[in-house]
Design a protein around this ligand. Structure first.
Ligand SMILES: Cc1cc2nc3c(=O)[nH]c(=O)nc-3n(C[C@H](O)[C@H](O)[C@H](O)COP(=O)(O)OP(=O)(O)OC[C@H]3O[C@@H](n4cnc5c(N)ncnc54)[C@H](O)[C@@H]3O)c2cc1C
Length: 407
């Protein structure tokens, strides 16, 4: 059977795939085929939070329909509240809006968008083209194959090796209606008794609630109950500011909570997916590029092991690959991503356990919120961490200057 031939085949039209396609087609006149296998109208499971660091790197992202946020409520596991005012806003997008904005830019720059879910065939040798095939038997070929097909990428498993289950975070949540009075704060709450956090990210027309935690710790029923408690507490606070986020603590709220729960059960749409959370050793050993292939974004494992943030790394890996390819040295991508952000993510992986562990007889996140509430310098560092401007490599040194720090 004949196949259409391109210079580069990119599997997956999420942020990584679409951005790489745009950069390659626009900058170097490269013939790119971008395969979008996501069913129409089915958004990628995601909080949709994009840090101010990403918005500064690619200001055009602000043209996608989203909501900018300049204040955030943080809660400690025991329910202590910390209000953070950000110097520069971050944005929250519906992934349908964000992904289609980036895909349209790729199309406008000349990339061929092919709305097919494709499977791939391994090559017999490096001189051969890669071949992708649709379920109807259509075929496409190219000397360069890019896997941007997300956390479960079969291409990445084949080319770079499978990740053990412990190196996957689990994230799930619900999309719910905005509160009627439209007072919808952005909230991040560290979980009582679990590694990870819950979030409430208001978007233009709904709120994305979710919990991200490690696969090892995952107990679906208990975490789902915790998330419902969080969601009910969030809506209760919209009606009564004095109530506590996690616990009503008062019989007067029983009826209110029951009503909120009924309303949410009738409207909430559930979603779930995995986020890579690579171990230190895997950062050292797993490759994201080889002769004629490269992995981008989640397919490469590029997400922050502490927060699960992956959109910045999807975009940055796409950019670094495109630059390497257009300079005629695609294998340079391996060095560039390691220098560009690999060290940071490896450091985050080292810190993860202590970040969600104990310090001075209480969860470290409890102490962090407590200290930030009392100490302007620590609050500033925390604000910069949320903005994406404070990396992990020098975090310990910065905080040690402000206070005693265990990381
Ligand atoms: C619940 C949850 C919440 C999150 N919240 C945030 C957040 O707030 N901020 C943040 O920065 N990160 C967040 N992340 C992480 C973020 O979603 C990912 O890191 C990011 O989407 C990675 O982008 P990507 O382009 O690499 O992959 P994806 O966005 O997963 O895109 C991959 C694309 O490939 C397509 N595809 C897969 N297989 C094929 C195939 N065979 N053929 C064709 N197409 C295919 C998929 O349909 C998909 O469209 C969250 C993740 C989860 C699960």
């Amino acid at each position: 059977m004949t196949s259409e031939r391109f210079d580069v085949l990119i599997v997956g039209a999420g942020p990584a795939g679409s951005f790489a396609a745009e950069k390659l087609a626009r900058g170097g006149g490269v013939r790119v085929a971008l395969f979008d296998g996501r069913p129409a109208g089915e958004p990628k499971a995601c909080g949709g939070g994009v840090t101010s660091k990403a918005l500064k790197a690619w200001p055009h992202l602000l043209k996608a329909v989203g909501r900018t946020v300049s204040e955030i409520e943080m809660y400690s596991p025991a329910g202590k509240r910390l209000h953070l005012k950000l110097n520069e806003p971050f944005a929250i997008y519906s992934r349908t809006a964000f992904d289609s904005y980036l895909r349209d830019r790729a199309a406008d720059s000349g990339a061929h968008i092919i709305r097919e879910r494709v499977s791939f065939r391994a090559r017999a040798n490096e001189a051969e083209d890669w071949i992708l095939q649709s379920k109807d038997g259509l075929r496409w070929s190219a000397p360069m194959l890019i896997a941007a097909d997300g956390a479960n990428s079969p291409i990445a498993k084949r080319l770079a090796g499978a990740l053990p289950p412990a190196e996957m975070e689990v994230a799930f949540g619900y999309r719910t209606p905005l509160p009627k009075n439209d007072d919808a704060p952005t909230v991040v709450a560290f979980l009582p008794g679990w590694a990870g956090y819950a979030w409430a990210f208001p978007r233009v027309d709904h709120i994305s609630f979710g919990i991200a935690t490690s696969q090892d710790a995952f107990d679906h029923q208990a975490l789902d109950q915790l998330l419902w408690k969080f969601m009910i507490g969030y809506y209760r606070q919209r009606e009564d500011r004095k109530s506590n986020l996690w616990h009503a603590r008062d019989a007067q709220y029983e009826d209110m909570d029951a009503r909120i729960k009924d309303e949410l059960e009738a409207t909430a749409e559930r979603y779930a997916a995995r986020i890579p959370g690579l171990a230190v050793k895997t950062w050292d050993t797993r490759r994201a590029a080889g002769e004629g292939w490269a992995l981008l974004g989640d397919a490469a494992g590029f997400a922050d092991p502490v927060t699960g943030e992956g959109i910045y790394y999807a975009l940055r890996s796409a950019e670094l690959f495109a630059e390497s390819y257009m300079e005629g040295r695609p294998l340079d991508y391996e060095r560039r991503w390691r220098e560009g952000f690999g060290r940071e993510l490896r450091r985050a992986s080292e810190m993860r356990q202590r970040f969600y562990g104990n310090f001075w007889g209480a969860p470290f996140t409890e102490r962090m919120i407590e200290l930030a509430g009392a100490h302007r310098g620590i609050k500033r560092v925390l604000t910069e961490l949320v903005a994406g401007d404070q990396g992990y490599v020098d975090l310990k040194r910065k905080l040690a200057r402000k206070a005693v720090w265990p990381l």
